[in-house]
Design a protein around this ligand. Structure first.
Ligand code: NAD
Ligand code: IPM
Ligand code: MN
Length: 361
């Protein structure tokens, strides 16, 4: 098949991990006789440096005209980068929020599963890591605190900052449906995470999710408060099949979930709308602390590329092939520094990409 894929390197380790994922996609392209047309887009700090804005209108147009977008990560050192002390809508992260909003990517799927071979890199008690877990976090991505009004001003001589959290029932319903549809093809359980003991938005969330659940008779629905969910994730991760939650809670819980898979460098993601066009990115950031050292784990990005093939291009066999190659590399003891344990073979970012390419069959 012929497909247009927009590539966003971004900042920090972005170029290093996208390079490896592209290598994997090119391998698939050749092996299966597809034609992938790659177009680079600037986003984040690198776009600010070039154009003064984190995402240009032209970049958005290229993304919209593509079949899928693959992203590394954006952003600098929070607190002390040259991109930090600027207006919120001009920061690197604003580019990411803008592309999510412009493409209407309301459903963010973050699969967190513990590869058996990585049990040693999991920081949980042995009996928990031995039991394993396999969950998908479905995070609402275009609403909530991220997109509400925000401002800072003096009120009665006191510096005051306001961020607003808004959800309407339609936004909740459409993402809930995505979660239930995914659960239908898995272990048929949705745990919806909220803070309904405090927040109005969470009470509406809970009510609407209950309404959606009525259309899915074979799915079990549970509600869990977010603080408890954070605890349950490390106490008994195996209980989770599909986790459905709002934007900010999903951001935080998915980083927590990533660490119990061994490293944040393992967690892929797909951001989807109602059409086929999706944005695929690792759940982690631009890791400025390790940028340029060729030691970042490219697996989350490579697995995101596999999701791209599966969800945007409908290439299931090809996606399976990449996922199996990743599994084989891990099984054979190949590790980047973040998931390294004694007795394994430590690889650089490039070497891990090469190894996965080698294992694609
Ligand atoms: P981060 O995820 O970049 O890094 C957190 C820690 O995890 C660091 O120690 C880092 O070295 C490590 N890490 C992350 N990815 C790794 C990988 N692939 N392999 C090995 N180690 C990895 O989070 P942060 O430090 O809080 O944020 C840094 C910047 O990234 C900020 O500007 C933030 O806004 C941005 N960010 C961007 C995205 C995105 O583009 N999707 C996501 C999260 C954070
Ligand atoms: C993520 C990131 C982003 C988010 C930031 C960079 C805006 O942390 O993709 O998880 O919070 O959504
Ligand atoms: Mn995050």
């Amino acid at each position: 098949m012929k497909a247009k894929i927009a590539l966003i390197n971004g900042d920090g380790i972005g170029p290093e991990i996208v390079r490896e994922a592209k290598k994997v996609l090119e391998t698939i392209e050749k092996k299966y006789g597809h034609e992938f047309i790659f177009t680079d887009i600037d986003m984040g700090g690198c776009s600010i440096d070039k154009y003064g804005v984190p995402l240009t209108d032209e970049a958005i147009e290229i993304a919209k005209r593509s079949d899928a977008v693959l992203l590394g990560a954006v952003g600098g050192n929070v607190g002390n980068s040259r991109w930090y002390d600027i207006a919120p809508n001009l920061r690197p992260e604003a580019g990411l929020l803008k592309i999510r909003k412009e493409l209407g990517l309301f459903a963010n799927l973050r699969p967190a599963l513990l590869y058996k071979e990585l049990a040693d890199a999991c920081p949980l008690k042995t009996e928990i890591s031995k039991a394993g877990f396999d969950m998908v976090i479905v995070r609402e991505l275009t609403g909530g605190l991220y997109f509400g009004d925000r401002y800072t001003k003096e009120i009665d001589g006191v510096r005051t900052a306001v961020d607003t959290l808004v959800y309407n029932e339609n936004e909740i319903r459409r993402v809930a449906k995505v979660a239930f549809d995914i659960a239908s093809k898995r272990r048929k359980k949705v745990i919806s995470v909220d803070k309904a003991n405090v927040l109005d938005s969470s009470r509406l969330w809970r009510n609407v999710v209950e309404e959606v659940a009525k259309e899915y008779k074979d799915i079990t629905l549970e509600h869990m408060l977010v603080d408890n969910a954070a605890m349950q994730l490390v106490m008994n991760p195996a209980q989770f099949d599909v986790v459905l939650t709002e934007n900010m809670f999903g951001d935080i819980l998915s980083d927590e979930a990533s660490m119990i898979t061994g490293s944040i460098g393992m967690l892929s993601s797909a951001s989807l709308n109602e059409s086929k066009l999706g944005l695929y990115e690792p759940s982690h950031g631009s890791a400025p602390d390790i940028a340029g050292k060729n030691i970042a784990n490219p697996i989350a990005t490579i697995l995101s590329a596999a999701m791209l093939l599966r969800y945007s291009l409908g290439l299931d066999k090809e996606a399976d092939n990449i996922e199996k190659a990743v599994g084989k590399a891990l099984k054979d003891g190949f590790r980047t520094a973040d998931i390294y344990t004694e007795g394994m073979t430590k690889l650089t970012t490039t070497e891990m990409g090469d190894k996965i390419v080698e294992y694609i069959n």
